[in-house]
Design a protein around this ligand. Structure first.
Ligand code: ADP
Ligand code: MG
Ligand code: MG
Length: 636
């Protein structure tokens, strides 16, 4: 969840007039944060996950499953608890874009001890359990990335209708009532993104072509010129922001370590996106993609026609290659600099101001680049701020640049240090899988720092991987650009060996090669060590209690099996379920009954009442606990 400012939202016309005001003060605020906190050091590893859930309502007699629009009621109760016991709550609950979504995080971040890995899954389980207490008969809290029939007729409970000609969303499919109404930020973003763009957002997903697939275009879609005839057309922010994801935030010991983590995790974003692929169905159709990423990216793409390069520049300053929701554009650490091989746009005056205030080139370029975006959400009470104390204008732009990685400065007057957020992963059905992925990524960060690994590849190659990683069955079938030699530290000879993008125009160069996810994660004898073997070697040197050891090993085994293709990704599992369902007509349609049976099955898997070795492997049980054994608490 991003910045939630209370107050009265401004219209787009009002907001637009204040765009340069927000830009100017947002940058001043960053400069002030930087000056105060650049020397901050000695912070320890802390980290935490964020999981988003969809409230699903099952009607067993009719064999129907809908999204339940009750997030607001459930959050009221959960937040009241938090309000009463702010220091002892074990889980924090926040609203998300949709009226059927909630987001949960641990009450406090985890620490640097390995024993923390053993409490993640229990926290996730109890978190789900806590929110589930307030569900009504037939409702279930599900960590699914996309609701398969989102935007189909009557997909909500209670029933609602889209209003294409009035209201905020003005979608052919997505009703305003499905947007969370407990805070004005969400509908305000919907309106302003559409107004800024000058037309509806438009997402055209290639359909999965089965033998009876008909082109899914309806007469009503033809009113929209953006609807491509052979695609699944989506026209609302809710189709993207109404998807769920799994995110992770890490605290670094200082700003330099945060830059390293930001850069080193960047090449892993597309890999982890493909690894966690979980959303093959959109608006009731099987598509040819397995992930939500391009859907969200398109769903908040506020670029005008000029900015998208469709018209000559007149009103706007830049042609911008990406949506504000996309893969990052530049590395931040000195080692990363030479791999910044795509154009990084910014206003020269913003960049100059940052530089004149002592901020180095890489960070100045990063911040100035974030600020090419206009604010799309502003509240009247927040226009005038004290740049020495407030950070809202900075956060306003920072939190609406939804990128694969986020570089987070410490909040003012807090004990929190420099952090980075890892944002590509799709959320998984079970707490076991989510915990395994979270622990795996945290372990990768430990290995990166301990062994000073180097994963850097040209940013253009990361972008290519982002697109390939979303394709159907990418985990098994695609190859990804990856750095061949990750263990040699950055050394001067490399500068001559590496083309930093120029010779990578050709298929391979000394620096990068095409690898499968299996090779990247499990390694290839003689060629590439693999992330899991590196983690195991790191763990060999560590003291850890027997239960935590066992849990970590179960998680790593699961990761290995999925990477090798021995078990399914969630997306392939869903595809198989749909295409083998007796009601499936080989026409790519996920009917009401198939949707119901699929979600019921996922619910049983989530609750453990159905074992599913093809998704989880045969031994998907850990020794997770509620608390860290007392003796290990201070063992950092
Ligand atoms: P967002 O920027 O996505 O709104 P939040 O501030 O809500 O993120 O926090 C996201 C995650 O960061 C949570 O899992 C939380 O436990 C974790 N977190 C909180 N404090 C810290 C910290 N000091 N260091 C690292 N992670 C933290
Ligand atoms: Mg969120
Ligand atoms: Mg987040």
């Amino acid at each position: 969840m991003g910045l939630l400012t209370e107050g009265t939202p401004l219209t787009w016309e009002e907001t637009k007039k204040l765009a340069s005001h927000v830009r100017e003060h947002g940058i001043n605020q960053f400069i002030n944060i930087y000056k105060k906190l650049k020397e901050r050091k000695g912070d320890v590893l802390k980290w935490g996950d964020e999981i988003e859930y969809i409230i699903v309502k099952f009607a067993d007699e009719k064999r129907e499953a809908k999204v339940s629009l009750r997030a607001i009621e459930i959050l009221e109760i959960l937040n009241e608890r938090e309000h009463q016991h702010p220091d002892t709550v074990k889980y924090l609950w926040r609203p998300e874009f949709a009226a059927y979504m909630i987001e949960g995080t641990p009450g406090k971040p985890y620490g640097g001890t390995l024993a923390h890995f053993n409490i993640v899954e229990t926290n996730m389980k109890m978190r789900r359990h806590e929110a589930s207490e307030f569900l009504k008969e037939g409702e279930c809290l599900m960590s699914i990335t996309s609701f398969p029939r989102l935007g189909c007729p009557d997909f909500t409970d209670p029933p609602t209708k889209p209003t294409p000609h009035e209201g905020g969303t003005m979608s052919l499919f997505f009703p305003d009532q499905a947007v969370f109404s407990g805070h004005p930020r969400f509908m305000n973003l919907v309106r302003n993104i559409r107004s800024r763009r000058g037309e509806h957002v438009a997402i055209n997903l290639p359909i999965f072509r089965d033998k009876n697939t008909k082109i899914p275009v309806d007469e009503s879609h033809k009113v929209r010129k953006a609807a491509k005839p052979d695609c699944v057309y989506l026209d609302a922010m809710g189709f993207g922001m109404g998807c769920c994801c799994l995110q992770l935030t890490f605290q670094a010991c200082n700003i330099d370590e945060a830059r390293i983590l930001y850069d080193q995790l960047t090449p892993l974003c597309p890999i982890m996106l493909a690894f966690t692929a979980a959303s093959p169905v959109h608006r009731g159709f099987l598509t040819d993609v397995d992930c939500r990423w391009n859907v969200i990216s398109g769903s908040v793409d506020c670029r005008t026609e000029e900015e998208r390069g469709l018209k000559p520049l007149k009103e706007n300053k830049f042609v911008i290659q990406k949506s504000r929701y996309d893969s990052i554009d530049s590395y931040l650490s000195p080692q990363g600099e030479k791999y910044n091989d795509i154009p990084i746009l910014y206003n020269d005056e913003d960049y100059r101001k940052l530089r004149d205030n002592g901020i180095d080139h890489l960070l100045a370029q990063h911040i100035a680049h974030l600020f090419i975006r206009d604010t799309v959400s502003l509240f009247s009470e927040k226009i005038n701020q004290n740049d020495e104390e407030d950070t809202d204008h900075f956060e306003n732009i920072q939190s609406t640049n939804w990128q694969t990685m986020r570089f987070k400065p410490p909040p003012p007057h807090s004990t929190i240090g420099w952090r980075v957020e890892f944002r590509p992963c799709e959320v998984q059905v079970t707490d076991f899988e989510n915990a395994a992925i979270v622990c795996f990524v945290v372990l990768v960060t430990r290995v990166i720092l301990s062994y000073q690994l180097n994963f850097l590849i040209p940013i253009s190659k990361v972008d290519e991987n982002m697109q390939n990683g979303q394709k159907r069955n990418a985990l098994k079938e695609e190859k990804f650009w990856f750095r061949k030699d990750i263990t040699t530290h950055v050394s001067p000879p490399e500068a001559t060996r590496c083309c930093a993008g120029t010779c990578c125009e050709q298929k391979e160069c000394d620096l990068v090669g095409l690898m499968s996810i299996n090779e990247i994660i499990n390694g290839k004898t003689g060629d590439f060590p693999g992330l899991i073997p590196l983690i195991n070697s790191y763990l060999n040197g560590m003291d850890v209690d027997a239960d935590t050891h066992c849990t970590i090993q179960q998680y790593l085994k699961f990761i290995q099996k999925r990477a090798s293709g021995e078990i399914f990704t969630t997306a392939s599992y869903i595809r198989k379920f749909v295409t083998e369902h007796p009601d499936y007509n080989h026409d790519s349609v996920v009917s009401e009954i198939i949707n119901y049976d699929l979600l019921k099955t996922l619910k049983d898997i989530q609750e453990g009442s159905k074992s599913c070795p093809e998704l989880l492997g045969y031994s998907a049980t850990s020794k997770t606990k509620e608390n860290i054994p007392h003796a290990l608490k201070n063992d950092y």
